[in-house]
Ligand binder design. Structure first.
Ligand code: F3S
Length: 293
């Protein structure tokens, strides 16, 4: 049985950076993240065991404590409150999200109507909106266009993980309904798309597929849906403990991918567990784990 790892998969650059910053916070204890750093319960528990907890609001922090802002970013009001409380800030906002925040602020200061195209409840979108001045607006679909005020200058900023084709459709409808001068900031990050494309390509070549990631991780679920449509024998697991030889009975090639919030250690453990499975020993097949390729 051959095991092939989708390339790329797992942590994107922004999440990897945020994780490194949070792990480095063990030198600035007491410390906690503001909201879960990534949607992976094993990782959150490991971080807590090292002394870096997770708090939901700044009210729960005491003076002098270290607060870690996650990759989605936070609004200017949160920076101000943290400074007022004398907290030490470790800012793990993804540089791509910072760019979107800056563009939103600049648009507002230059008299444009900032429009953020993205999911209304997504923390990244909320953080960009918080930089867009008092007029900023979020639109998630063409149905929301009616809420956009009639002005002469618009600046459109996109959620980093938004689907490009859907965005182009919304933009076209927006420009038709609200004619004027447009500044379009194409702030989409390709990290998610690259992971999806790699998983989809691999799914077409294998007999079964394992997607590794937290059950509460939206991007892991999305990856599972995408792969299942191509390779119906697809299993989503959170850890290697959920793997069993029955899953791979009769398979010659197995694909693996992982959500953007799945730590490399968990991926490696799953690959190792598959390598050690009885079914493989019995059949004497050759393995090829490409984890370090
Ligand atoms: Fe940043 Fe892109 Fe990841 S915006 S957090 S590198 S998906």
């Amino acid at each position: 049985m051959k095991i092939i790892l989708a390339d790329p998969c797992g942590f994107c650059y922004g999440v990897k950076r945020a994780v490194e910053i949070a792990e480095g916070a063990v030198n600035s204890l007491p410390a906690a993240t503001l909201g879960p750093l990534i949607h992976n319960p094993q990782f959150t528990d490991e971080l807590a065991a090292k002394g870096v907890g997770c708090k939901d609001s700044l009210d729960q922090f005491s003076e002098g404590e270290t607060v870690i802002f996650r990759s989605h970013g936070v609004g200017p009001d949160i920076y101000e409150q943290a400074i007022e409380k004398n907290l030490k800030i470790l800012d793990a906002t993804c540089p791509n999200v910072k760019t979107s925040q800056r563009k939103a602020q600049q648009a507002f200061e230059e008299g444009y109507q900032p429009i953020i195209v993205g999911e209304k409840n997504h923390p990244e979108v909320k953080s960009i909106l918080a930089f867009a001045g008092k007029n900023g607006i979020i639109i998630e679909s063409k149905e929301d266009i009616g809420e956009v005020p009639l002005v002469s200058k618009y600046c459109v900023i996109i959620q980093t993980t938004f689907e490009l084709a859907k965005f182009e459709e919304i933009l076209q409808a927006l420009q038709a309904a609200r004619p004027g001068e447009y500044r379009v900031e194409r702030t989409i990050c390709l990290a998610t798309k690259e992971r999806q494309n790699a998983a989809a390509k691999l799914a077409a070549e294998v007999d079964a597929f394992i997607v590794i990631g937290g059950r509460n991780s939206a991007n892991t679920r999305h990856l599972t849906e995408l792969v299942s449509a191509i390779c119906p024998r697809c299993y989503q697991i959170e850890t290697a403990a959920e793997l069993s030889p029955e899953m791979f009975q009769g398979c010659r090639k197995i694909g693996i991918s992982a959500g953007a919030s799945t730590p490399e250690r968990i991926i490696k453990e799953a690959v190792k567990a598959m390598e050690n499975m009885e079914i493989n020993k019995v059949e004497g097949n050759e393995f090829e784990a490409m984890l370090d390729a």
